[in-house]
Ligand binder design. Sequence first.
Ligand code: NZQ
Ligand code: ZN
Length: 385
Amino acid sequence: MQNFELYNPTNLVFGKGQIAKLKELVPQNAKVLLAYGGGSIFKNGIYDQVIKALTGFEIVEFGGIEPNPRYETLMKAVTVIKEKKLDFILAVGGGSVIDGVKFIAAAVHFDGNPMEILHKRMQIKANAMPFGTVLTLPATGSEMNSGAVVTINETQEKLSFGGSALFPKFSICDPTVIASLPKKQIQNGVIDAFTHVLEQYLTFKQDAYLQDRIAEGILHTLIEVGPKVVDNPTDYALASNYMWSCTMALNGLIQKGVSTDWATHMIGHELTALYEIDHARTLAIIAPNLYKVMFATKKEKLAQFGERIFGLQGDTETVAKQAIEKMTDFFHTMGMQTKLSENTANYQDTANFIVKRFDERGWKGLGEKQNITLEKVREIVELSY
Ligand code: NZQ
Ligand code: ZN
């Protein structure tokens, strides 16, 4: 196991009725920017719960943060904060609103052009505005991590950044919020979280037995509850286990002491930037093909995944290959279409585009062994057509 530091200061407040605790969690006398997305919170009662809990606080609302949040929109919120002299941000939404708020929090006090935060993929370690979140869509883990992804509309670039100053001060996770989610979004959430675990787990054997067992526990739980929660989102046992699994998949715990991959996400982000395919759906397109192309590097861990998650038996090569098939079957069970051509019509030049972009960015060796070269990226994307 590699040396590591574990730092996670987010106060996670989990369970039914916890939104009412906002009045204790938001700092007294705070002037709050209440940030949200396209308006789902008005239809499902979450807005009303938040406003009730924040009675007495000075609040300025900022709505309209898009799925795959846009730099251009977020900069408008930065202006509002400066004009109204606000000092705390509350994100109410899914990963997009929370990621958007992380950018706003970093940009408000940024010395220079905030676009640099994205282009230089900066790590913000100080001077971020404090913020909390009310999670409305379990998926990304953004509620308990310090990373975020923001899209620049003008250049169609989807870029990640982060840093220790960008952990939420608190996050409220009330599993009853998922009752209003469209099925498609629950499917996305399960697959996003599943793939987060894969990116940290499907590498090579690294003598991190506990990390492996925790990762496998999350995968098992997502397989158990995922298909059921789509049809029964008001079942509290299913909803709470789904929500907690998503947080645990990307709150930093299972990546400690191990080398991780993330190439599926890096390629997937390009598919969203190019074709606006939902984040999770891009992962379902890329992941199985990445595991096929990188088979030689990953087969031992793929075989462990096949044995422990799907109960497969046999020699390493066979079990590893079958494990990729089982993974793809699970993606299909969760409503994913795993070919790029099933998700967009104009895919023919995608591999060239992505390889060129990665080349320009100097991303010539991705993955846990930096052996996912530009040629491998091309192969993975072409295999995904
Ligand atoms: O905008 P509103 O009206 O709120 O509607 C949203 C949006 O249309 C809707 N929704 C959310 N909660 C709802 C609801 N509808 C009904 N009832 C509710 N309770 O769902 C739609 C999608 O929301 P979005 O926030 O975009 O989804 P998700 O949480 O999947 O976030 C995706 C974004 O997070 C990034 C992705 O790249 C993408 O931009 N990621 C962030 C990560 C991180 N910070 O660690 C890691 C991930 O890998 C990912 O990259
Ligand atoms: Zn993801």
